[in-house]
Design a protein around this ligand. Structure first.
Ligand SMILES: [Fe+2]
Length: 448
């Protein structure tokens, strides 16, 4: 074992111990809270059993969130309904036990993690229930607005305790950065949970007015909604696969650019995130970057694969790929907004680019990012007519072209990412070269 492996193993052991101490603290807190809030009277066992089944069924049907690694289930609304109806203790118990997942029951999840999940869910439900009771006065009969305020505040407390415990646990266990956990995995679930809080309130009202059958009827449209959302998620996956397939179709005609589109997309996303662009724009840029040269589908093979330099008329035809690409994308509703980014991805900051010779900020920001990401990958890549440049050479070239070919701000961000992050991952290019070297078709001059 090398010294680094030894210290890695040591760090992993230290993380495991810290995570276990945290689990023990959560469990002790849950037991203490249970003792404090346990009411003397027990609600109807049939009602408890009914809600246990409802929670178990809805928790077993989670929905995968498109952007995050997490899932959302309408089970939260049912758990929180139980908290509102039966109080913090019984609601917490139903939440902790009813939401046991298959993987936890079958032992696929570590026992300590299962215990952590049960403990933190109990604490979250108890916390939410206590806040609800303190605002509503412990009654479901109060004024409507007071009940709504109590439901929302209690729900936010529940969610807040849940999220805080999960973030601390995974930061301790995996050494994950808490900020990135919140930004990447938790942020997306907030609107869903906020939307499920009023549903919990309505569910309680339906249970009070109609009884158990009312809750079942109430659940049906929620499950239909879940089904529709699941269909949307699957469609979205198909959409993303179709985009990759289109890029692969293009690269199959020009094996020397294998992997180029995916890498340009990767760099463009890293730059856009560093520029703090809104998430939906980053996502669109991710897809558009994969398709930035899709217009080359409209260029004849003979020209696309021509060895040697292009003459003036051939260059003009090659340059038409940005217009052809924009035309193709403008026909796809979900990508239409990015058509102008593709149209202008060969513009230069000083106005010497094509097709329109736009200057500076006349060029859409996304097109300026694409231009830098595209050139960056081309410089780092090997082609039949050139060796790859080293990262140091690329850095020098970027700074040389800063403000002339490339947007100065975008260039600065890219150089900063090169200097301070793992942006240039050698394996990205090594694997691409291995594929490229199997291609037996030579390619000359470049319009990209
Ligand atoms: Fe291009």
């Amino acid at each position: 074992m090398s010294p680094e492996e030894g210290s890695d193993a040591e760090a992993a052991r230290a993380r495991r111990i810290r995570a276990r101490v945290f689990v023990a603290t959560i469990l002790a807190g849950a037991v203490a809270a249970g003792i404090v809030v346990r009411p003397p009277e027990v609600p109807s066992l049939i009602s408890l059993l009914f809600f246990f089944v409802i929670i178990a069924v809805t928790e077993a049907l989670p929905i995968k969130l498109p952007r995050a690694r997490g899932t959302v289930s309408v089970g939260f609304a049912m758990c929180y309904s139980a908290v509102l109806l039966f109080g913090p203790f019984w609601g917490g118990l139903l939440t902790a036990l009813g939401s046991l997942r298959q993987a936890e029951l079958s032992g696929k999840v570590e026992v300590s993690e299962t215990l952590f999940n049960r403990g933190q869910l109990f604490l979250a439900a108890v916390g939410g229930g206590l806040v609800f009771q303190s605002i509503s006065g412990g009654s479901l009969e109060g004024g409507q607005w007071l009940l709504i305020a109590a439901t929302m505040t209690g729900g936010i407390t529940y969610f807040g305790i849940n999220v805080t415990a999960v973030v601390i646990y995974f930061s301790l266990k995996m050494g994950a950065d808490p900020r990135s956990l919140v930004l990447n995995d938790i942020r997306w679930s907030i609107p869903s949970y906020m939307g499920l809080m009023p549903i919990a309130y309505l569910n309680v009202a339906v249970y009070g007015a109609v009884g158990k059958l009312g809750v079942i009827f109430f659940l049906l449209p929620l499950l239909v909604g879940r089904y529709a959302f699941q269909m949307y998620s699957q469609l979205r996956d198909v959409f993303v696969s179709t985009i990759s397939a289109l890029a692969a179709a293009l690269e199959a005609r020009d094996p020397h650019t294998s992997g180029h589109a995916e890498r340009v997309s990767y760099y463009a996303v890293r730059i856009a995130k560093a520029l703090q662009m809104p998430e939906d724009r980053v996502e669109l840029l991710q897809y558009i970057a994969i398709l930035h040269d899709i217009g080359k589908l409209g260029i004849e093979d003979q020209l696309l694969r021509k060895p040697g330099k292009f003459d003036a008329s051939e260059m003009k035809i090659m340059q038409s790929h940005s217009q052809i690409g924009a035309n193709i994308l403008s026909k796809i509703k979900a990508l239409r907004e990015g058509a102008s980014w593709v149209l202008h991805h060969h513009e230069r900051y000083d106005g010497d680019g094509y097709p329109k010779g736009l200057k500076g900020e006349q060029i859409p920001l996304e097109a300026r990012i694409l231009a830098v990401a595209d050139a960056f990958d081309a410089m780092l890549s090997e082609r039949p007519y050139k060796n790859p440049m080293t990262p140091a050479e690329v850095r020098r070239e970027l700074l040389r072209c800063r403000g002339t070919q490339f947007d100065p701000d975008v260039t600065d961000v890219l150089v900063d990412l090169m200097d301070n992050t793992d942006l240039v991952q050698p394996h990205l290019h090594r694997s691409a070269h291995a594929e490229e070297s199997t291609g037996d078709e030579a390619r000359g001059g470049s319009a990209t």
